[in-house]
Ligand binder design. Structure first.
Ligand SMILES: [Zn+2]
Length: 362
């Protein structure tokens, strides 16, 4: 059941010196919600739910003398918290909202920005715009405030109230806790999104675009990897690279991803002169080590899929024989949440897709 919602969501450097790191300030603005100052004029909001059943992308704020720019809009209840903080920092409006890709954990809050700042222009690459502008309204109509959503929520609530799992086995305390949180988070996400409604992308670009606002240069570049339209946002003056879900900490997501191009895309990201990397979810990265680790993982996964297909393995054989244990230990160790995310957000969804991309047949 949990996996169902994940599927719905999907279908629908250089090392910073110690002195500079210490100057970064961090503020808890709500339980599990942090605002991190990355530069004089740049802040990132992070939801600390990367390994939960219901997840929210990071959102980054760039302040300029002529208005603000925001990258990504997660759940509307979070966006409202972010906007309250933005209004404490500037009396100027948010002029541009950039969506790094179309997944709803980065776009569902677009409407909340539109409501608060009617003049905001929503920008994405053309692929993201095509998908979100087509699927977004249906997602809101059917899921956020429709019968499908009500049914899904009822299933989550039934699940949370049950002492046994789908197979009738008694649930662990860990699983009961996850299920309760999932039902609560889903309800809150739907309710807050229903209040603000859908907003679509208004301006697109096909490969690259530079925005200059109040003297701040903001470079957008489209890649593929996590999805087929992943925009990264680079601030050359501040040396901050906002990667969207091409990088996710502490474990990557591999749902419907473009594994053929992902490692080379990460090469391009590694080449940016960045001192801070803002991943799509999770902690800010002050070195390129994590990106390199994630690249090694995706390469190993792709190589094993190619080998399996060359040896004419079936999907089930590939799934049984895949060996990414050294990576599992490195990413997840013995932490239950990290292992849950490793399995449910990376390995299980990635294997059939990467096998298929390698040319494998079931
Ligand atoms: Zn995503």
């Amino acid at each position: 059941m949990i996996r169902l919602f994940t599927t719905i969501l999907a279908s629908l450097s250089l090392t910073l010196s110690g002195a500079a790191a210490a100057s970064l300030s961090e503020k808890q603005i709500a339980p599990n919600v942090r605002m991190i100052r990355l530069a004089e004029n740049v802040y990132s909001f992070t939801a600390d739910n990367t390994t939960a059943d219901i997840v929210d992308g990071n959102s980054t704020l760039i302040l300029t003398d002529d208005g603000a720019v925001v990258v990504d809009a997660p759940s509307a209840h979070l966006v409202r918290l972010h906007i309250a903080e933005i209004k404490k920092l500037t009396n100027k409006p948010v002029r541009y909202l950039i969506n790094t890709h179309w997944h709803s954990d980065h776009t569902i809050g677009d409407g909340a920005y539109k409501k608060a700042f009617p003049g905001v222009e929503i920008i994405s690459d053309d692929y993201t715009a095509e998908i979100w502008n087509r699927r977004g309204p249906a997602l809101f109509e059917k899921l956020v405030s429709g019968e499908e959503g009500e049914a899904l929520l009822a299933t989550f609530e039934k699940n949370a109230g049950s002492a046994v799992d789908d197979d009738g086995n008694p649930k662990s305390a860990y699983q009961s806790g996850r299920d309760a949180r999932a039902a609560r988070d889903l309800k809150r996400a739907f309710e807050s999104a229903a209040k603000t409604g859908f907003a679509g992308v208004e301006r697109t670009f096909s490969d690259a675009m530079t925005l200059t606002l109040g003297g701040t240069e903001i470079r957008l570049k489209k890649f593929t990897g996590h999805s087929r339209g992943d925009t990264v946002v680079f601030l050359p003056e501040e040396k901050i690279l906002i990667t969207g879900d091409l990088v996710i900490h502490p474990t990557p997501y591999g749902i419907n991803s473009e594994f053929r191009s992902w490692p080379e895309t990460l090469d391009a990201l590694l080449a940016y002169d960045a001192r801070i990397i803002v991943p799509g979810h999770g902690d800010m990265q002050y070195s390129k080590d994590y990106m390199l680790l994630q690249q090694r993982l995706i390469r190993a996964l792709r190589d094993q899929a190619n080998k399996a297909v060359a040896e004419r393995r079936k999907l089930e054989e590939f799934q049984a024989e895949i060996d990414l244990e050294e990576f599992r230990i490195e990413f997840a160790g013995d932490d239950p949440d990290l292992n849950w995310a490793w399995k449910n957000y990376f390995l299980d969804p990635a294997l059939p897709v990467v096998f298929n991309m390698a040319g494998g047949t079931r």
